[in-house]
Design a protein around this ligand. Sequence first.
Ligand SMILES: Cc1cc2nc3c(=O)[nH]c(=O)nc-3n(C[C@H](O)[C@H](O)[C@H](O)COP(=O)(O)OP(=O)(O)OC[C@H]3O[C@@H](n4cnc5c(N)ncnc54)[C@H](O)[C@@H]3O)c2cc1C
Ligand SMILES: *[C@@H]1O[C@H](CO)[C@@H](O)[C@H](O)[C@H]1NC(C)=O
Ligand SMILES: *[C@@H]1O[C@H](CO)[C@@H](O)[C@H](O)[C@H]1NC(C)=O
Length: 530
Amino acid sequence: MAYLPRTRVSTKSFISLFITTLLTSTLSLPEELFSLEIGTKIRSDKQSLMSVASDFGNLTKSTPAAVFYPSSSHDIAGLIHFSYTHSTPFFISPRGHGHSINGQASCSDGVVIHMESLGQGRADRINVSVANRYMDIGGEQLWIDVLSAAHAHGLGANSWTDYLHLTVGGTLSVGGISGQTFQHGPQISNVLELDVITGTGQQVTCSKTHNQDLFNAVLGGLGQFGIITRARIPLSPTPEKVKWIRLIYTNIVAFTRDQECLISVDENERLFGFLKYLEGSLLMDQGLIGSWRSSSFFPKNDMEKMAQLTAKHSLTALYYLEVVVAYDEDIAAEVDQELELLLDDLSFVPGFVFTREVTYVEFLDRVHDGELKLHKTGQWQVPHPWLNLFVPKSRILDFDAGVLKGILGSDKANGPILIYPMNKKKWNSKMSAIIPDEEVFYTIGILRSATNDDLEKMLEQNKKILEFCTMEGIPFKQYMPHYTTKEAWMEHFGPKWDKFLDLKMKYDPKGILSPAQKIYTFLLEDDFII
Ligand SMILES: Cc1cc2nc3c(=O)[nH]c(=O)nc-3n(C[C@H](O)[C@H](O)[C@H](O)COP(=O)(O)OP(=O)(O)OC[C@H]3O[C@@H](n4cnc5c(N)ncnc54)[C@H](O)[C@@H]3O)c2cc1C
Ligand SMILES: *[C@@H]1O[C@H](CO)[C@@H](O)[C@H](O)[C@H]1NC(C)=O
Ligand SMILES: *[C@@H]1O[C@H](CO)[C@@H](O)[C@H](O)[C@H]1NC(C)=O
């Protein structure tokens, strides 16, 4: 492949920039930048830098040169264009809500774009078109705001994330998955059009039919090809009320068999129309009591019943399958009937069915309450050594035995451990997101909170989990991958690696964007210190 990345900052100039840093607060940024209008929107005071130094993972710290507070996408295009055309281009990284785990939105010695500035004080960053059943959303908007705006019209997105305080641009850069994915695909499968500012500073509108290669590259593209400033997503009518059901299992075989059966229900089947969500979790003995995901769901008495169940079977954990069905008054009787038939066919522990009736909005925003509680007790800003994997269905029992029952074993979970299947056919293989090559695969979210005391142990366990999968030949993929070597990235992308490089060359030829993903930067490492 004719491919030679252009060297940007030599070691010598890096050192001289470093010295400049000590003298001025504007670090490595060229002085001409500050005579432009966009220059007035750049800050490098301590407070600005501190605000973007870390992320939800609380595992990494970085020192960007500055933070950019754009008021329009035009500002962003201007900044990128400036860097792109300058003799010493600098790195630029959009930061959505900073909910990455391993510093992926950071930018050492470059400029972090505070995306949320785009929407500040502006009412025109979310437009709902009721007639066309779609919505235009600024890339910096949070999904919770998407929910409110659409719900006002009885409409909603098809595909959500569990937690809604994430930006649209941030989740579309990774995939965006939750209990709707089996049915509607991830969020990236539910986009009609995007406005993107590429690594050359060009603003491009793209869709399935127009600038298709950029559209597919950006979706799941880890910020490597451009900055999403607008997304148009389709809307569908949503229920007002739902029934939220959890079924308890002691046995992984029954648990996964029932999950797989539910996600393969043919679209013609009546229940499939009512089903709005399907997930599953490991319920560790004690672990989830008091955790942000379950504490408000299971009444205390029932938690005790479950503890007895675990003891009786000498288990370290139970599983629960979670579904949500539309339950508006006019269909309630019909849904009850369908549900009864369905439950008859499933193999959960008899009697262990837990049901709540809530509004659909309450359900979708379910994680936020827990967040607020953890904020109060200072348990939100702790290290989160999260690990997200996609594991093919054919190896899920091996994974359960080796990891869930093995490596994690009898540890207190201290955070949710998600396990639920999705259908490959709902993903678009032309997009950048990488999934296993099997019709059905599971997402495994090991979403633990750590203390300074047990962080090392959890990181070590994560390493062991990856090693176990590799040794056992389980063809897993990381979701929101975190790799630091070229070989690991090549392995991750597999046959799509060459295409990734071609597209990177086309849309961000100088490797300016989202360097902290560490995918492309190694190509420059002879000359650039990361
Ligand atoms: C509590 C919590 C719950 C979560 N739940 C889910 C879930 O249910 N499902 C799920 O799929 N994920 C979930 N995530 C993961 C989340 O989707 C990703 O971490 C996502 O990247 C976070 O969005 P953000 O807006 O904070 O992005 P950031 O962390 O700010 O950025 C992520 C990456 O995208 C790039 N980026 C940011 N904005 C843009 C843009 N506009 N255009 C191009 N690139 C951009 C950044 O440079 C960076 O590389 C969860 C995370 C947390 C902390
Ligand atoms: C983690 O969070 C704590 C509390 O907010 C903070 O003091 C610490 O600097 C953070 N560490 C990292 C690596 O971000
Ligand atoms: C919403 O509509 C207004 C008026 O047409 C337009 O200026 C704005 O850019 C739109 N917002 C988005 C996110 O598309």
